[in-house]
Design a protein around this ligand. Structure first.
Ligand code: ASP
Length: 324
């Protein structure tokens, strides 16, 4: 997304209209969204929070790349706010027959879809759609190539805040395929806005990021240096679908030994470290299964928080629509 597109996210009154990136969202807005999300969390086993703030609105889920958690949580979030939710089946949609993305969007607009939730492998697709929809439509980015995944960034920020809200004194280590990770990009944008103490990006040299994409972060290739005294460790999947050439990427055993999060290296982090993973997880590659299931893991909490932050974003968009 171009820098100027960050402005595209707001309506003329400064209200959030599209969520395309966490760039351009200040600490106040991020905090408000997390506070709103907290209000949707109920204790396990209790009925989930719901209201009718989006009653009469229609949300279209357009996922042109695979998804489990993001798609399911946008679906549940919309329904729990009383909206109609349309899950477009991409495998049988006309885009497969060569229809352009805008023709698909215009078709959904004609059916009175108010919110388009879009995941696509192409850079800039959510912003392109946002520039072309009618004034009454909002676009939410649900994962854009290796560029951005803003609701994932929000749920990660919420999960970290629940562990320790003192961002300025936190050391966060993101470990794995940073170069191709939209999750790392959005988490990094959100954490820098909140003034994180130190952000370390740990990866094999072949998967190291372009430093310009991660201003303020420290790029590290030794896992022990990366994990030392960390408060938060986030493991990432290798994005094989985005890597043309695997030359230089360690094989599975070497990768797990050197860059996987396991019982041996996690000892270098703080004793109360939290372990995160956005899913889908490859046990025995980027994370040891017993750590993923262990007491330091907040991976299922991230999933729960994912529904809550998507409700918070949808609710905010719904209010903006109501105020028009
Ligand atoms: N689910 C996350 C994403 O869509 C992470 C991943 O796929 O590895 O980016």
């Amino acid at each position: 997304m171009e820098q100027d597109d960050t402005k595209l996210q707001f309506d003329p009154h400064g209200n959030l209209r599209h969520l395309l990136s966490l760039r351009g969202l200040d600490a106040k807005l991020l905090t408000e969204l997390l506070d709103d999300a907290e209000r949707y969390l109920t204790t396990p086993g209790a009925l989930p929070a719901r209201n009718q703030s989006l009653a009469g609105r229609t949300i279209g889920n357009l996922f042109f790349e695979p998804s489990t958690r993001t798609r399911a949580s946008f679906d549940l979030a919309g329904r729990r706010l009383g909206a109609d939710v349309l899950n477009l089946d991409v495998n049988t949609s006309s885009r497969k027959k060569g229809e352009s993305i805008l023709d698909t969007i215009y078709t959904l607009e004609a059916m009175h879809v108010d919110v388009m939730v879009v995941r696509d492998a192409g850079d800039g697709v959510p912003a392109y759609i946002a520039r072309n929809v009618k004034d009454h439509v909002s676009v939410l980015n649900a994962g854009e190539s290796d560029v951005s995944h803003p609701t994932q960034g929000l749920l990660d920020l919420l999960t970290i805040r629940q562990h320790n809200p003192d961002f300025k004194n936190l050391v966060v280590a993101i470990v794995g395929d940073i170069q191709h990770s939209r999750v790392a990009r959005s988490a990094s944008e959100a954490l820098q806005t909140m003034g994180v103490g130190e952000l370390r990006l740990v990866s094999p040299p072949a998967l190291a990021p372009d430093p310009e994409r991660f201003p303020g972060a420290r790029i590290v290739d030794n896992i022990v240096d990366g994990l030392r005294d960390a408060d938060v460790v986030m493991a990432l999947r290798i994005q094989r679908e985005r890597i043309g050439n695997l030359d230089g990427v360690p094989g599975i055993d070497e990768y797990f030994a050197k860059y996987g999060i396991h019982h041996e290296n996690i000892k270098h982090a703080k004793a109360d470290v939290i372990i995160m993973h956005p899913g889908p997880m490859n046990r025995g590659i980027e994370i040891e299964g017993t750590l993923a299931d262990g007491p330091r893991s907040v991976i299922t909490k991230q999933v729960t928080n994912g529904v809550a932050v998507r409700m918070a974003v949808l609710n905010r968009i719904g209010k903006m629509m109501g105020a028009r």
